[in-house]
Design a protein around this ligand. Structure first.
Ligand code: SF4
Length: 432
């Protein structure tokens, strides 16, 4: 559903319209649709879709299980590789991962809707009786400490708990889920899915979360290393980069992630303040999430400005199309040079300047690691340095997700990092 002007004023939206604008962007498949879609899969030998999935889910097998009415088995196949398969079925950019690799593309056909099928199987299991599908190995007597209850930290915690360890997760915010809870567009994670998924994940047992704690805020790395047999850092990355231009400190210039968080946590989205003329700066999925949501909240004009060409944007073509169909204007090859009250000025690559009306500016220009909090850990570039087993420069301290360089900058990669790091940490504490 796109932007709909208020019937009387032509601007803004009624609370009811806003509520409608944040329902599920792509409604779930029903049983018949899922069955028909599953029947399209060719169950390829050496399936390219598996190789394109960062968590290497056995896609043809789980699709075959849907087709043969074995939804529980299908969910088990997915979740054994990716415990956050529910979020990934909703929010993964499948168009550049598994669905791009699907062999049906080469036949000129639409790829199998792998993401929608994945969501179908996982949500069926979660809705059925909520029973956790995995059990824990015999207690190891070891404890693991985890910094951050985002996708990487929770994935690590779940796998470590499965392997028999007791896990304490230290989380700065009042809720778990990380970007799934705070940083993805509301219409991708409708019906409180992030919270329900974490509850489901914690059903494994053996995981305790302590809120209001982060490195440098209630806990220190050296102390955690002493307290636990192994530590995993899945803290994401910290503050948004600064543009360093005049006017950046003005009140109407905000971080896009803060705006998204406010919107995600608002009980009444119509109470969230939105500008009339909104300018979003950036070229990634966060920029698109902010721009589309600004439009769906009732902004009259939303312009997304990116410094390079559209082909360089990390937001996928699907995301860019979503923005355009929601009325967002995309301008490229221009960088901001100044913000003033009510306007934002940009310079094009040909040095010409233009000014846009802007009573709200949202910066989505990436974040940087707060290296100070990581004490003696070796930092490489702007991330924590890790070996192929996700072990940092301190033995027994592992790291994964956005705070390391491991692959694509996505939830699915964070889940994979956490899973592999837990397997490596298990070997470490067992002396392997
Ligand atoms: Fe099925 Fe496409 Fe994967 Fe082949 S590539 S197994 S058709 S989803």
């Amino acid at each position: 559903m796109g932007f709909r002007p208020h019937p009387s004023t032509g601007e803004g939206l009624t609370p009811r319209q806003i509520e409608d604008n944040f329902t599920d962007l792509t409604p779930a498949l029903n049983a018949t649709q899922a069955h028909v879609e599953a029947a399209r899969c060719l169950y390829c030998y050496d399936a390219p879709c598996i190789k394109a999935c960062p968590t290497a889910i056995d896609i043809p097998t789980f699709i075959h299980q849907i087709r043969t009415e074995n939804l529980k088995g299908s969910a088990h196949t997915i979740l054994s590789a990716n415990i956050m398969g529910g979020t990934c079925g909703r929010a993964c950019p499948t168009e550049i991962l598994c669905e791009e690799a699907c062999v049906l593309n080469a036949r000129g056909e639409e790829p199998v809707k792998i993401g929608a099928l994945q969501r179908h199987a996982v949500e069926a299991l979660m809705a059925k009786d909520g029973t956790h599908p995995f059990s824990r190995a015999a207690a190891s007597g070891k404890t693991f400490g985890v910094i951050g209850a985002g996708p990487a930290g929770l994935s690590f915690a779940h796998r470590a708990a499965m392997l028999g360890h007791d896990v304490v997760v230290y989380e700065a915010k009042p809720k778990p889920g990380g970007l799934n809870e705070y940083g993805l567009a509301a219409y991708k994670m409708a019906n409180d899915f992030a919270r329900r998924e974490v509850e489901f994940l914690l059903g494994i047992g053996g995981i305790r979360i302590e809120y209001g704690k982060a490195l440098g805020k209630g806990v220190a790395l050296a102390e955690l290393r002493k307290r636990h047999d192994a530590v995993f850092i899945g803290a994401g990355i910290g503050a948004t980069n600064a543009l360093g231009i005049p006017g950046e400190e003005l009140r109407h210039v905000r971080d896009a992630l803060d705006f998204i968080e406010e919107l995600r946590q608002a009980k009444d989205k119509s109470a969230v303040k939105i500008g009339r003329d909104v300018v979003v700066i950036g070229g990634g999925n966060t920029a698109i999430d902010a721009a589309v949501q600004a439009k769906r909240l009732g902004a009259a004009n939303v312009t997304l400005v990116y410094r390079r060409g559209e082909e360089n944007m990390s937001a996928t073509e699907w995301e860019r199309d979503l923005a355009r169909t929601n009325g967002v204007v995309i301008r490229t090859k221009a960088k901001p040079v100044r913000f003033d009250t009510g306007s934002a000025t940009f310079e094009q690559t040909d040095s010409k300047q233009f000014t846009l009306p802007a009573d709200m500016v949202l910066k989505a220009i990436g974040q940087k690691l707060d290296a100070v909090a990581f004490g003696a850990l070796k930092i490489e570039g702007s991330k924590i340095a890790v070996d192929p087993n996700f072990q940092s420069s301190i033995p027994g301290v592992f790291a994964g997700g956005d705070c390391v360089t491991s692959g694509v900058d996505l939830t699915v990669q964070a889940v994979q990092d956490g899973k592999l790091a837990a397997i490596a940490a298990d070997k470490f504490v067992r002396g392997g």
